[in-house]
Write a protein that binds this ligand. Structure first.
Ligand code: ARG
Ligand code: ASP
Length: 688
């Protein structure tokens, strides 16, 4: 029966676009979708979800540090987000004696909660369509440059007026649909955000890179923070006198759990999607750019990994770099898998045809610029992001004061192996100079007088000698700088970036400038077409609501995954002493005793993660997953591998977001962290 159901959906997808589940909707426009949401299962009104003047669910959702989402779960400003969102904070407070990353951290009382300078959360006060204000003086005949100038002028003026009327809020205006419309976001920033708790990494990061972007998943990817305010309740930087922020409408937490077909929502801040790109552009990304990115990172990560496995010092030094590089690497592979399995490019073609979009001019422009865009991506991956010594040079060039440079250089060397960098660059440069060239002779390579591609000579100067370089840096900065500037790596890196600025960048810039108008018109086609009501703006780090259903998932023929995982499955992955799959002794003991408290399923198992068809993206990490009544049932942290294609095209047959079940979060806090006082702050609800 289930197979049939999925089959039918896939079939539908080839004829008409399947829209159920798709979309990340602007909360202030939800009124128009209220009846549809109710039909899908919502038991609230649009105004319960978002209201600028009265209490609504949006009050409990925060933009965490500008890069993740968090949710307020108590009147005392208690916040939940992901472990990987709080990772830097947890790491900063960790030391060998107090290794919170490994063992977890739980503040026993508010005095023990740890401040994190630089970390903030933003509460959204209201959002508005300000298109008519921003485009007041813009006409269709205007050149792109004139349009830009007009837009900039009205945006600046409008923001200044708003700030004058109420200086306590932050205001920003962002384009949607490539500048067809503009939205205003009014928010309030609190910058005293303290670390309250984090599970051991063997829960919060369980499965690490191996399980990343994968299902079935067993990661308790959450951490706990608290927002503080001045004694009068207003935003303030850290001060010992600050008190927990009183929040009137924290989210309620549901103990009901989920079952297949349940209505769910994810409320958060997705960062970037590109659903309106012409199919030919997506094809270029999938068939040209992604293979380049994947191949370069495969070489880079493979080199790092082989050293990390045998050298514990390298393992520590490279862990964080490895994780962030691998995250994107693995995602690109997933995007391509998903596109292939769902015939995604073909469907994008059909979709744009059905919606009356007009990409001819854009197709032609891409065809023209494609080799240049690919060449630029190679530069970015090999010489830009992939070359560590090159990054050191860029650091030195981008800082002004000697003190800033010195600090940046010290930080750089802390996690750096010149030998590993040399070995990696050898492999990536080889690809750049041989393979890519062989595959497509139009790919542009730096000319010989810029760099002939040889790697060893770049590691003969002072910059590649960590100790010598650091000693001179501390004893005689001017001499260090003079020597650094004569270093072969410095010279090549500088020449390479000059070359890319003159040979690649102008073409790339003129491609995006010259296609801006056509891209806007193309997108306008979607908004004027018969499916206009189903359109939603690309993610741009503004607050969005996605809705979907708890559903199993079939990544390929003959394979079907359930929608939920349990602690038994977590224990089945246990590899003693392994850096990805070790299990904390407390978890082992609790599992042995089946000590699951109030959080077990009717069959006695402890739920860990679940999936649903909510349309999410990077930035949605930490977002609350809500039930039909808006109660917290989980914390979003990932997507299934093939489903990452949803940044270009959402396909309900394989796109699933991954959430940690809130009952597993509560169990970890209460039983593993022995911090029941935090659970006691929350409002738990049981029953429908
Ligand atoms: N894939 C998730 C996201 O894009 C989680 C990343 C953190 N986890 C990791 N193993 N690197 O943010
Ligand atoms: N893991 C992502 C994040 O950190 C979420 C996603 O891409 O699905 O935002």
């Amino acid at each position: 029966m289930k197979k049939l159901f999925l089959g039918a959906l896939a079939l539908m997808g080839s004829v008409v676009p399947t829209w159920a589940g798709e979309g990340m909707w602007l909360p202030f426009l939800l009124q128009a979708r209220e009846s549809e949401l109710k039909k899908s299962g919502l038991r609230l009104t649009a105004r319960d979800l978002y209201d600028a003047n009265q209490a609504s669910l949006k009050d409990g959702v925060v933009h965490f540090g500008g890069f993740c989402t968090g949710e307020v779960v108590s009147h005392q400003g208690l916040i939940l987000t992901n472990h990987h969102c709080g990772y830097d904070a947890i790491q900063t407070h960790s030391s060998l004696e107090n290794d919170y990353l490994t063992h977890g951290f739980w503040a026993k009382n508010q005095k023990e909660e740890k401040p994190n300078p630089g970390l903030f959360v933003d509460f959204i006060k209201r959002m508005e369509d300000v298109t008519s204000v921003v485009l007041k003086n813009v006409t269709f005949q205007m050149s792109e440059a004139d349009r830009e100038a007009e837009v900039a002028k009205s945006v600046t003026n409008h923001l200044a007026e708003l700030k004058k009327a109420n200086p306590n809020y932050l205001y920003s205006i962002k384009p949607i649909y490539y500048g067809l419309q503009y939205i205003l976001i009014v928010s309030q920033r609190y910058s005293d955000v303290r670390l309250v708790g984090a599970p051991p990494s063997s829960i919060g990061k369980f499965g690490s890179d191996t399980d990343n972007w994968m299902w079935p998943r067993h990661t308790g990817d959450f951490s706990v923070f608290r927002v503080y305010a001045s004694p009068s309740g207003s935003p303030a930087d850290y001060d010992a006198k600050n008190i927990p922020l009183y929040v009137q409408n924290p989210l309620k937490v549901s103990l009901n759990g989920v079952k297949e077909g349940d209505f769910t929502m994810v409320y958060g801040f997705p960062g970037r999607t590109e659903e309106y790109l012409p199919a030919s552009w997506v094809q270029h990304a999938v068939e040209e750019l992604n293979p380049v990115r994947i191949e370069v990172r495969k070489r880079l990560l493979g080199t790092w990994d082989s050293a990390m496995r045998v050298d514990p010092a390298i393992k520590i030094a490279y862990a964080s770099k490895y994780a962030s590089s691998a995250n994107a690497y693995k995602k690109w592979i997933g995007v391509n898998l998903g596109m292939e399995r769902t015939d995604g490019l073909q469907k994008l073609e059909e979709r744009q045809k059905a919606n009356g979009a007009a990409p001819d001019e854009l197709n032609a422009a891409l065809k023209n610029a494609a080799p240049l865009l690919t060449s630029r991506e190679l530069w970015v991956e090999v010489a830009g992001r992939g070359w560590e010594l090159g990054q050191l040079v860029t650091l030195v060039n981008s800082k002004d004061s000697p003190e800033q440079i010195k600090q940046a250089v010290r930080d750089f060397y802390k996690d750096y192996s010149p030998e590993l960098d040399r070995r990696a660059l050898k492999k990536t440069a080889q690809y750049w100079f041989n393979e890519a060239y062989r595959v497509n002779t139009a790919l542009i390579l730096p000319p010989n007088n810029v760099w002939d591609g040889s790697v060893d000579p770049l590691y003969t100067g002072i910059l590649a000698q960590t100790e010598k370089s650091l000693a001179l840096l501390e004893s005689n900065f001017d001499k260090w700088l003079a020597e650094a500037k004569q270093d072969p790596a410095f010279l090549v890196c500088t020449r390479l970036s000059e070359w890319q600025s003159s040979a690649l960048l102008p073409g790339v810039r003129s491609f995006s400038k010259s296609t801006a108008t056509a891209l806007r018109l193309h997108t306008n086609g979607f908004l004027q077409g018969s499916n206009a009501a189903r359109m939603y703006p690309d993610a741009n780090s503004t607050l969005r609501l996605a809705s979907g259903k708890v559903l199993p998932y079939s990544p390929s023929d003959g394979m079907e995954y359930g929608y939920q995982t349990t602690l038994d499955g977590y224990m089945a992955k246990y590899i003693p002493g392994d850096y990805e799959f070790d299990v904390d002794p407390r978890v082992r003991a609790l599992h042995a005793d089946r000590n699951y408290g109030a959080y077990a399923l009717p069959n006695g198992q402890l739920p860990v993660c679940f999936i649903a068809s909510n349309h999410t993206s990077g930035g949605n990490s930490g977002s609350p997953a809500l039930d039909a009544k808006g109660r917290l049932i989980g914390i979003n942290f990932d997507r299934v591998w093939e489903g990452t294609m949803s940044d270009y095209r959402f396909d309900e047959s394989i796109c699933r977001n991954v959430m940690v079940d809130i009952r597993f979060v509560l169990w970890t806090i209460e039983k593993v962290g022995e911090a029941p006082h935090l659970v006691a702050e929350m409002t738990l609800v049981k029953g429908r």
